[in-house]
Design a protein around this ligand. Structure first.
Ligand SMILES: *Cc1c(COP(=O)(O)O)cnc(C)c1O
Length: 365
């Protein structure tokens, strides 16, 4: 006789598991992986050295409050370390915020093509995710505000957004905050902040300081190129830091991640090289795609959103297959409701050129 099925809490089985960017094409070697917005150049050499050093004491538990790391982040960004909380990726912090501030009967708001972790975190907490419409693949503050009800507890907003690459200016972000009820937590997910070079952009530091209901999350997975180590952080009001520090695992960030994070922050040469390379190649890639008849948004992240109009069979699906046949992996966008699009992360120059050339051949085929 089989044992009974033990049911999880209501809502858990409604979660569509997150599908990460593919990392392989069968047995193929020499793959060009442009599917997860990772660092183009591998990790910082300083991070590798710090990691090797720290590995010697891997038998020891990490510093549970990550004090050296929060001090280093505080110094770099001019923030009070006591209001910085680190996590195993910023994904963990997003989940902890959802668990702590929303539950059954509550609504968690995000944008139509927002990062998929938001509905997952909301459902895992037992809350109901609500998607507000966008305009031209860009956050629409009015539509977000119109979607607020007395059940809304959290608004998750990626700015810039993944996968659209678009952003809203600081005045719009302020208008959103001002229009939300004071008891609604606004989480500004600025995972791509370091790539943005626009005068009207803010990652949101000052908005956190303005009140006690706004949090900004950041990651070491994108420009700092430590996705595999799992390291993220958030800047928040002291009261919220107190809450998250109660619910997080006491050793949620590994010792090696802390050491590599500190070393990466010190490597300005790596940072500047990554940033300049990205600015150059987002522009080059978007221009090249537009030249061959593929539309793109104006991305400020480390990726490009390419839209295929489907004429003459030139669909995103066909393009994806063509790229795979050429050993190039990009990200399909069906889960984001953008089946006509592919998201292409910025890799090394040779990888980008190979991808652009392959898409050129595809469009002519
Ligand atoms: C990549 C990404 C993250 C970061 O995830 P980590 O858990 O820190 O690796 C967060 N938000 C968005 C929008 C992202 O694209």
């Amino acid at each position: 006789m089989s044992t009974p099925f033990i049911s999880p809490r209501p809502g858990i089985m409604d979660i569509d598991p997150y599908v990460p960017g593919a990392g392989a094409i069968g047995e193929k070697k020499d793959i060009i992986k442009l599917s997860s917005n990772e660092g183009a150049f591998g990790p910082s050499p300083k991070a590798l050295a710090a990691l090797a050093d720290c590995a010697q004491s891997m038998n020891r538990y990490p510093d549970g409050s990550a004090s050296a790391l929060t001090a280093a982040i505080g110094k770099r960004f001019g923030l009070d370390p006591k209001r910085i909380v680190c996590g195993a990726g910023s994904d963990e912090i997003l989940s902890l915020l959802a668990y702590s501030y929303a539950g059954p009967g509550d609504e968690v708001l995000y944008t139509e093509h927002g990062f998929l972790m938001y509905p997952i975190a909301a459902k895992a907490a037992g809350a109901t995710p609500i998607a507000a419409g966008e305009t031209d693949l860009t956050t629409d503050v009015d539509k977000l505000l119109a979607s607020v009800t007395d059940k809304t507890k959290i608004v998750f907003l990626a700015n810039p957004n993944n996968p659209t690459g678009t952003y809203i200016a600081s005045a719009e972000l302020q208008r959103l905050r001002a229009g939300l009820p004071v008891n609604v937590l606004l989480v500004i997910d600025a995972a791509y902040a370091e790539f943005v070079s626009r005068d009207d952009y803010t990652p949101g530091f000052e908005m956190v300081d303005q009140g006690n209901n706004t949090v900004m999350t950041r990651t070491f997975s994108k420009i700092f190129a430590l996705g595999g180590l799992r390291l993220g952080w958030a800047y928040m009001p002291a009261e919220i830091a107190d809450v998250i520090n109660r619910v997080r695992g006491p050793f949620n960030v590994s010792s090696v991640a802390q050491a590599a994070g500190i070393a990466t922050l010190e490597d300005m040469e790596f940072f500047n090289k990554s940033r300049e390379h990205n600015i150059e190649w987002v522009e080059k890639t978007q221009n090249a795609l537009r030249d061959i008849g593929i539309e793109t948004t104006n991305s400020v992240g480390n990726f490009v959103l390419a839209r295929f109009n489907g004429e003459n069979g030139k669909t995103a699906e066909a393009a994806d297959k063509f790229l795979r046949d050429n050993s190039i992996i990009v990200r399909q966008m069906n889960a984001y409701g953008l089946a006509e699009c592919l998201r292409i992360s910025i890799g090394r120059a040779d990888e980008m050129q190979a991808c652009i050339d392959a898409l050129g051949r595809f469009m002519k085929s």
